[in-house]
Ligand binder design. Sequence first.
Ligand code: ATP
Ligand code: MG
Length: 509
Amino acid sequence: MRFSRLLIPTTKETPNDATLASHIYLIRGGFIQSVGGSGLYNFLPLGKKILDKVRAVVKEELDKAGCQEVSLSFVTPAALWEESGRLEKYGKELLRFKDRKNNDFILGPTHEEMMVNLVRQTIKSYKQLPLNVYQINLKFRDEIRPRFGLMRGREFLMKDAYSFHASTEDMQREFLEMEETYKKIFTRLGLEFRVVDADSGAIGGSGSKEFMVLADSGEDTIVVCESCEYGANIEAAIAQAKVYNTDTEVKTVVMKALYDEGKSVYAGFVLPVDIELQDVKACNAIGANELVECDGTELLDRVVIEESLGEAVDPNNYAANDVTYADISSVCEGDSCASCGGNLRYTKGIEAGHIFQLGTQYSVPLAANFLDENGKAQPMVMGTYGIGVSRLLAGIIEQNHDDKGCIWTKESAPFDLQIIISNIKDEAQVSLGEKLYEIMLAQGVDVLLDERKDRFGAKMKDYELIGVPHAVVIGKKLADGVVEFISRDGMVKEEVSAEAIETLLSERF
Ligand code: ATP
Ligand code: MG
């Protein structure tokens, strides 16, 4: 591709609302363009190209693992969401609208209902199972605070896969296979990541894992062990149980717990004074959708005592109808790992993928049944597996940038090589540049030739901003028979004789 023909509107200006490197450079590099409202973006040619490359890696690995791609209608009849019971529960993130006939629709924020509906119409027998179907399509979530560019958009590209099985064991086998497949995908994309235990809501257990791209800018706090492989989102992290005696000072954190259909209760959570309440664990302990602060003087409907307090507190001290025990503590840095006793510490991550053992949560209400070997109808056992494809672009840049711009990884790069002709009035430079360009194209290398009339300094700035992994600079030194080969990571420069550059490029690409 010739730079002069390409739509790459690079700019020096940093968008007002941008704080993260990925947000700043994706806009400044002309990869994406904000569309008025927050959380909506256009992908320009380079951004689209990278998105397609990332998508291709995801697709290749999923197809190798036996998954099948489909494409579901983005506009979803609200009736399906009524059937699953999620229409109410999903709240304001769900964009709802009516058509001209007054029928209710939503824009899909995730597609469990749609995929179950597809499968229940086509699968009748255990002989047709297992099945893993996926799509790589737009999702819409009316996020309360869309921010950080592609990291948390309202419209975004997700790969969502759903698997259907005749037994829990078979679903668990697929879950492990998907974990391995995801590892291959993230490794190919050149990401440093960690697979961590995640909150599985009402399902609980080790039924869910997140793939965290490690980055200080990540919104998720993850707890990792310094001595073993243990890692968990703080929402699901556990530590070695502490032992408390009856002298332990305790506190009661009072919260208003919200349920479906506007129901709410006041709940007290009893913890050692120096331990923080973990909100997600607390929600799960009482099956609530959300906890909100309240003034703390209300009569309590429910009390949950941190389970490690055990005999250290007397449950009769609490005047509520319902007193239960559960793990509701936040794990602290310095706590001991429950698996190996090692030191636990915090780190930050970007949630790029989430795999989930669903069970029959959707197949029961949506009546997605199959006939087993005895001819008996059974609900299909499901798994669900998501990857934030557009979020991955941001994740790659969060991990791979410097103060000048992007440093794309091999499999995500918009081009393999950039050839920069320093001065297009210099015939020798132009002729070598054009020649190398043709040779590389003929060898199937995806190459960008910068043959613009601009100043050399501006071309180099654009090169650094766009972040193609390698470049050949054909400049003044060509008069002495020398060109430069540049690696974007670290801006490492090698002088190469003009005669040898063709061989060097052929070897490297
Ligand atoms: P988060 O906790 O970041 O809001 P989530 O748990 O709601 O994400 P899932 O429902 O598990 O997300 O969706 C699957 C994947 O889609 C996530 O792992 C993430 O990579 C991506 N994703 C979710 N929300 C967004 C968004 N608003 N913008 C871009 N990608 C997103
Ligand atoms: Mg998630």
